[in-house]
Write a protein that binds this ligand. Structure first.
Ligand code: GLV
Ligand code: MN
Ligand code: MN
Length: 338
C-alpha cells in the first residue's frame, strides 16, 4: 500500500531506533520535503507559510483542510502525525478537492497551528485530522476507527530549583542545599496533584541538572511539567496544585457537530460501530477548534494496547485503508457543501 510505503520513508529519516524528527531540526525539514514532493505528484499547488507550515491545495474546495504534523517526540512511533499527513494527501488526491496541511512543531506545543491562528489565517472553513488513537479504547471495543468528541486541555511549563554546589565527599549531609533533592520531592507532588483530580494526568519528562558532575552537589535543576485535564476548571485546579506558571496552555476543545456527524455517518454506512471517544493527547485540531474553525478528528485503532510515543506504536494496514476511505468521503462531502 502506498500509505505504508510513505510512512516507512518518513520513519527512515531519523535513522532509528524509533521516529526521530524533532521540531526545528533537519529531520523535520526532510519530512516536509517528502510531503511537498508527494503533494506536487498529486497535482496540488504547494505553499509554505511564514511559520513553515505546508499547504497543498487542489483546485476545488481548498478551504476544507485535512492534515496533521510530521515532527515527532524522541524515539516516537511511525504513525503519530505522519499517518494524518500521508492519509490526507491520499484523500485529497482521490477525491480531487480540499487541501492538505502539514503543521510544524506539534509535539512542542502545536507551534505551527498556533502561529496560524494567532496571525488570523487564512483559516480553513473546516478541518479534519486523521490520527492514530494512541490509546486502548478502539482496540478494546473491537472497532477499527472512531470519532473524537473533545480534546483534552493541557498546560506545559517548568519548575526551577536552586541550591548550593559543593563537594560530594566533604560536605556533611546536614548542611547541604541540594537542588535535586528538592526537585525529586516536587516530582512526587506533581504525581500526587494529578492523582487527586478526576481525569487529570501530569508528567515530568525532562530533568536538567547543573553542574551535572557525579561528585558535585546539584546547584540548579530544571524539570518540565506537562499537565492535562478534560475540563477547564480541573486544569486550573491542577496547575494551582502543582504550582507552576504554564508557558503555554490550551483549553479543552469540543469537536464540531457537523464534521463529526459526517465522519460518523461514513463509519456507520460501512457497517462499522459508531464509537465516539475523547482525546487525551493534544492535536492541531484542538488549536484550530479553539480558534473557531469547525474541526473533527477520525481516530484509527492503535494496536499493542494503545502504546504511543514509542517505536512500538502500531496500526494495521486494513484499518488504515478503511480510515483513508472514511476520510476521503467525509472530505468530499464537506468540500462540496459550499
Ligand atoms: C502530543 O502528542 C501530545 O503531547 O499530546
Ligand atoms: Mn505525539
Ligand atoms: Mn500527533
Amino acid at each position: 500500500m502506498r500509505v505504508s510505503k510513505r510512512l516507512e520513508q518518513l520513519y527512515a529519516i531519523g535513522g532509528g531506533p524509533g521516529a526521530n524528527r524533532p521540531h526545528g531540526r533537519a529531520e523535520e525539514d526532510a519530512a516536509h520535503e517528502f510531503a511537498g514532493g508527494w503533494m506536487k505528484e498529486a497535482g496540488l499547488a504547494v505553499e509554505v507559510d511564514q511559520s513553515g507550515n505546508l499547504l497543498g491545495r487542489s483546485p476545488v474546495g481548498a478551504d476544507v483542510w485535512v492534515g496533521s504534523h510530521l515532527d515527532t517526540v524522541p524515539r516516537g512511533g511511525r504513525f503519530d502525525g505522519a499517518l494524518g499527513v500521508v492519509a490526507g494527501i491520499e484523500a485529497v488526491e482521490r477525491v480531487g478537492c480540499g487541501a492538505v496541511v502539514v503543521f510544524r512543531g506539534e509535539e512542542v506545543g502545536c507551534i505551527g497551528s498556533r502561529a496560524l491562528v494567532v496571525r488570523g489565517g487564512p483559516l480553513p472553513r473546516a478541518f479534519l485530522e486523521l490520527h492514530i488513537e494512541q490509546g486502548p479504547v478502539l482496540e478494546r471495543a473491537g472497532a477499527p476507527v472512531g470519532v473524537v468528541t473533545s480534546i483534552v486541555g493541557y498546560a506545559r511549563g517548568e519548575l526551577l530549583f536552586e541550591g548550593r554546589a559543593g563537594h560530594a565527599g566533604t560536605t556533611p549531609m546536614d548542611v547541604r542545599d541540594d537542588a535535586l533533592v528538592a526537585a525529586a520531592e516536587a516530582i512526587l507532588q506533581v504525581r500526587e496533584a494529578a492523582v487527586r483530580i478526576d481525569g487529570a494526568v501530569a508528567t515530568v519528562g525532562q530533568l536538567a541538572v547543573e553542574p551535572g558532575g557525579s561528585n558535585v552537589i546539584p546547584e540548579r535543576v530544571r524539570i518540565s511539567v506537562d499537565a492535562r485535564a478534560p475540563h477547564a476548571r480541573r486544569l486550573d485546579e491542577l496547575i494551582a496544585a502543582i504550582g507552576f506558571e504554564p508557558v503555554h496552555r490550551t483549553p479543552p476543545s469540543a469537536m464540531a457537530e457537523e464534521p463529526r456527524r459526517i465522519l460518523l455517518e461514513e463509519i456507520v454506512s460501512r457497517g462499522l460501530p459508531a464509537i465516539e471517544l475523547p482525546s487525551g493527547a493534544g492535536h492541531d485540531a484542538g488549536i484550530l477548534a479553539a480558534a473557531g474553525v469547525p474541526s473533527a478528528m477520525l481516530f484509527v485503532r492503535s494496536l499493542n494496547g494503545g502504546l504511543s510515543h514509542s517505536p512500538d506504536e502500531l496500526s494495521s494496514e486494513e484499518d488504515i485503508e478503511l480510515a483513508v476511505d472514511v476520510l476521503a468521503d467525509a472530505l468530499r462531502r464537506l468540500a462540496s457543501a459550499a
